[in-house]
Design a protein around this ligand. Structure first.
Ligand code: NDP
Length: 298
């Protein structure tokens, strides 16, 4: 019998999307146009195609206009940069998202640097990363911001809590640690070179697992009652007779749920928050672009 409360990211994301839809309708009334998100997909990576399709559908559901640009895998860097420049200038576009990973030969850092920081709704531009680290307002990467929303909803004030973030990527681990620090947690960032990871994780009131290793975090790593946020999305090899393997997180869910106070499931935890926060960031970009304040509750 699991003792942990389930943190229902799917339900929270649905509520957030409903508030975004209201905000988008009010914006359209005031600004006489919908908020707009441009999504650029280069190549035909199947997972990226699924994500881009899901983002377009999510936009449509909340009243955000989406502009899809699908380019062939052999697109040159110059052609991609010129598209981004056009989108930077386009008044109907509030947010620009370039789906990663890009095909080999395209310099991801150069592409991200070319996106206007005011339209960088993924929060990957160095200017937005810097703003987060010095505590200035800017765009915050969607996945960690979604995790923070779930944590605040569950725990309220996070001040003084011990947080351990496993993973130090620019898109999840590092911005997550910055957000927790800004929320007055005592933050440890662990990674592949951390010595005695289990011991480090055991002191955490809040554990964020963003590693990409199926079910790595075990029950005996968890302080009883801790809150566990599982960012990992890993597909196991298919069982016999099945076409697809099961999706699991970086946390051994069943056994950790026996010890933790609260835990996010995979799927249905952090995943749905990522797209909802992308919509939220786009709505914020639209309000800034139009010189309007973002409505409360977003
Ligand atoms: P990266 O591969 O960029 O980073 C993984 C991090 O985990 C690295 O910092 C790495 O350390 C660390 N790591 C690897 N092995 C170990 C280990 N044995 N012990 C401790 N740390 C380790 O991944 P991302 O940050 O992009 O993504 C992490 C996971 O989150 C993936 O499963 C991904 O699919 C998922 N994800 C989910 C999203 C969602 O919407 N739910 C969105 C984005 C990602 P080092 O730096 O030393 O190499």
């Amino acid at each position: 019998m699991a003792s942990a409360a389930l943190i229902d990211g799917k339900a929270f994301a649905a509520g957030l999307r409903a508030r975004i839809a209201e905000g988008a309708a009010a914006f359209a009334h005031q600004a006489a146009r919908q908020p707009g998100l441009a999504v650029v997909l280069v190549g035909d990576d199947p997972a990226s195609q699924v994500y881009v399709g899901a983002k377009a559908r999510a936009c449509a559901e909340v009243g955000i206009a989406s502009f899809e640009h699908r380019l062939p895998a052999d697109t040159s860097e110059a052609a991609l940069l010129s598209l981004i420049e056009r989108l930077n200038q386009d008044e109907a576009v509030d947010g620009i998202l370039v789906q990663m990973p890009l095909p080999g030969g395209l310099d991801e850092a150069a592409i991200i640097a070319a996106i206007s920081p005011d339209k960088d709704v993924d929060g990957f531009h160095v200017l937005n990363a810097g703003r987060l680290s010095v505590g200035q307002p800017g765009f915050i990467p969607c996945t960690p911001l979604g995790c923070l929303m779930l944590l605040k909803d569950r725990l309220g004030d996070l001040a003084g809590m011990e947080a351990v973030v496993i993973g130090r990527s620019n898109i999840v681990g590092k911005p997550m640690a910055q957000l927790l620090l800004a929320a007055n947690c005592t933050v440890t960032i662990a990674h592949s070179r951390t010595r005695d990871l289990a011991q480090v994780v055991r002191r955490a009131d809040i554990v964020i697992a963003a590693v990409g290793r199926p079910e790595m975090v075990r029950a005996d790593w968890i302080k009883p009652g801790a809150t566990v946020i599982d960012v990992g999305i890993n597909r196991l090899p298919p069982e016999e007779g099945k076409a697809k393997g099961r999706l699991v997180g970086d946390v051994a869910f069943a056994e950790v749920a026996e010890v933790a106070g609260a835990i996010t499931p995979v799927p249905g935890g952090v995943g749905p928050m990522t797209i909802a926060v992308l919509l939220r960031n786009t709505l914020e970009a639209a309000h800034r672009h139009a010189g309007l304040p973002l409505p409360e509750g977003l």
